[in-house]
Design a protein around this ligand. Structure first.
Ligand code: PLP
Length: 443
């Protein structure tokens, strides 16, 4: 409660903060957190299956991040790397260079967010290659700044101007398109036709891909599809950019999500989980691109030593605690449990994912696959009431997204499944009041 005004934390938030940056699904007000648990301002402990959209990659208040941040702040090496070098930023860059493929091992650009990193890459590939065009995917989310929205295809950004040289292509979706094989073939044929008829491939600077299309609906691409895309890109000298912002750095059960695709990107973009809850992003790629020109793309506190120290601690912890392997194990268990729920709940149309990047698509009926949009919003609302934090994504707003901390344990995974089971039961039985949703626009 606020001193004197008698308002709750959530009500004060509603009165003071702009809804332009809200994506709210229920009235969650957080006072603290520990591991995979959030502590509400009412003292309630909630199991966090989102980890702030994957940003709290090690969970909340991880000791390694806390220690690194405290150390960096105890004698702060400036606030930025714009006009001076600092050790955490240099160490973070050196570590990132060590984990990307040879072809990307040139330079590291450090930023605050997936948005500024993707925007910078989009500008740099065009400026450095002299090719005016970019290809990305319908449903893709590459950020929320003008330049990153300009290369995205997510419907939440309808009406936002696109880059003049942008072409959006279909992301293969096995559930929507009647199986992985057909989906992959159709999507590849679309790109080949595009190159043959409309978009001269030698005018294309880069193709941006999400190794799992996350905000578009946690869509896992068919095996082999991106290898064919890579071959086409190599043939025409088009740079492959892997946007690992949400699903990279251990989340899929491998260090890099692109490893599942059998490809080697030229440029790798990290954000969200890289900072373990602090704002830091990175774009790593060939010198000719990522070292294009001095003062080409910077913001004042880029290369902040405190945020960079957090990034180093995250990379260290993922490696030392073998969190990619852990995510693979716990993810396998979680997906099996969710498949079990699918047997019981007709609302569940599809369960998919890799490691701890999991989507559960809710449908009106399994044959027609019509999106169960309202039921999805009601399910996350009810789950919150029961003690589970999970949001939804998808071009039709009907995919529950699970991106829990990489440190999630099997008992915690089981506890989350029990809560989701109850939420789905309550929604199907009509026990959740749709009027509760009116204050929550979601997306
Ligand atoms: C979230 C996201 C971004 C943008 O990151 P911000 O931190 O919101 O700027 C870019 N790409 C992908 C794949 C994302 O999921």
């Amino acid at each position: 409660m606020d001193e004197g005004k008698g308002l709750s934390l959530y009500e004060r938030d509603q009165q003071a903060l702009s809804k332009m940056s809200f994506l709210r699904f229920f009235p969650l007000a957080v006072a603290g957190g520990e591991g995979a648990w959030l502590i509400g301002d009412d003292g309630r402990r909630l199991l966090d299956f989102s980890a702030s959209w994957g940003a709290a990659s090690l969970g909340h208040s991880h000791p390694a991040v806390r220690e690194a941040v405290n150390r960096a702040l105890s004698s702060q090496a400036g606030a930025s790397h714009l006009s001076s070098a600092n050790l955490p930023a240099v160490e973070l860059a050196e570590r990132l260079l060590a984990i990307v493929p040879d072809r990307a091992r040139g330079r590291v650009w450090l930023g605050h967010s997936g948005s500024d990193a993707n925007e910078t890459v989009a500008r740099a590939v065009v400026a450095a290659t002299g090719r005016p065009r970019i290809i990305s995917y319908k449903g893709a989310y590459h950020g929320g700044t003008s330049g990153s929205m300009a290369i995205s295809g997510h419907p939440v950004q309808q009406g936002v101007p696109k880059a003049p040289g942008l072409t959006l292509i279909s992301y293969p979706n096995a559930h929507r398109d009647d199986g992985a094989e057909l989906a992959g073939k159709a999507a590849l044929a679309e790109l080949e036709t595009l190159f043959a008829e409309q978009v001269p491939p030698d005018e294309v600077a880069a193709l941006f891909l999400e190794p799992i299309q996350s905000d578009g609906g946690m869509v896992v691409p068919p095996d082999g599809y991106f290898q064919s895309v890579e071959a086409l890109c190599r043939k025409h000298g088009i740079l492959l950019v892997s946007d690992e912002v949400k699903v990279g750095l251990g989340r899929t059960g491998r260090l890099h999500a692109y490893e599942h695709l059998g490809i080697e990107p030229d440029i790798v973009v990290f954000g969200k989980g890289l900072g373990g809850g602090l704002p830091v992003s990175a774009a790593i790629g060939p010198e000719a691109i990522i070292n294009h020109a001095a003062a080409f793309s910077f913001q004042t506190v880029h290369g902040n030593p405190v945020c960079a120290a957090a990034g180093c601690a995250v990379l260290d912890t993922i490696e030392r605690n073998q969190l990619a392997r852990h995510a693979a194990e716990v993810g396998r268990h979680l997906i099996a449990r969710l498949e079990g729920l699918k047997q019981k709940h007709p609302l569940i149309g599809d369960v998919r994912g890799r490691g701890l990047a999991i989507g559960v698509e809710l449908v009106q009926d399994r044959a027609g696959k019509a999106p169960a949009k309202t039921e999805t919003a009601l399910t996350v609302f009810r789950a919150f009431e029961l003690g589970l934090v999970v949001f939804y994504v998808g071009v039709n707003s009907n995919v529950l997204e699970f991106t829990p901390p990489l440190t999630l344990t099997i008992p915690e995974a089981d506890a989350g499944v029990e809560l989701l089971d109850q939420a789905l039961t309550d929604v199907a039985a009509g026990r959740v009041n749709a009027a509760a949703l009116t204050a929550f626009a979601g997306w």
